[in-house]
Design a protein around this ligand. Structure first.
Ligand code: SF4
Ligand code: SF4
Length: 162
């Protein structure tokens, strides 16, 4: 699972100088599930996001925290389940659509997931982008829809877990 950095990004600093991705970046998710699986990682969420996810699975927040999250240091992350692919996020659905791995709470997924791959550490340099693409591996990065600098910057400004 891809793990997000904790550092925050000031959107104004992103606009201060033309970044290397000023002409935009291509990205279209293929629903391979790689970024929601693999090596141990963390999916952070805010209290508001916990409420939304609890609502999505039809349980109280307390039950949600107990059944779908785990303590990681001083915080809580979504649980991981051991599968043939490695460690899957508890909400990764590999069964509903053959050949696809999809988020079962897609509309309520936390911002860490919502903003991928517009994360500060991923956008730090072309090398960081390429390394993340290969390491995840994320077949969607560098392919498909061309996302503008504005879209990327908006994602970047919300990419850090609270
Ligand atoms: S690794 Fe990339 S293509 Fe695969 S599910 Fe994640 S975002 Fe989509
Ligand atoms: S909440 Fe959904 S998008 Fe986020 S890691 Fe889990 S399965 Fe992937």
């Amino acid at each position: 699972m891809v793990e997000a950095a904790v550092a925050t990004t000031d959107p104004s600093s992103v606009n201060a100088a033309a970044p290397w991705y000023a002409d935009g970046l291509r990205f279209t998710c293929t629903q391979c599930g790689n970024c929601c699986s693999g090596a141990p990682g963390a999916v952070w969420f805010t209290p508001t996001e916990a409420e939304a996810m609890a609502l999505a699975v039809g349980v109280s927040v307390d039950v949600f925290l107990d059944q779908y999250t785990r303590r990681l240091g001083a915080r809580r992350s979504l649980k991981e389940l051991k599968t043939k692919a490695g460690l899957d996020c508890v909400f990764l659905d590999r069964d509903s659509m053959p050949g696809k791995a999809r988020c079962s709470i897609y509309k309520s997924r936390p911002s860490q997931c919502r903003t991928w791959p517009w994360w500060s550490e991923v956008l730090e340099s072309p090398a960081a982008w390429e390394d993340t693409k290969q390491r995840t591996p994320c077949p969607g990065m560098g392919n498909g829809t061309l996302h503008s600098l504005v879209t990327i910057t908006i994602g970047l400004s919300g990419s850090s877990p609270v």
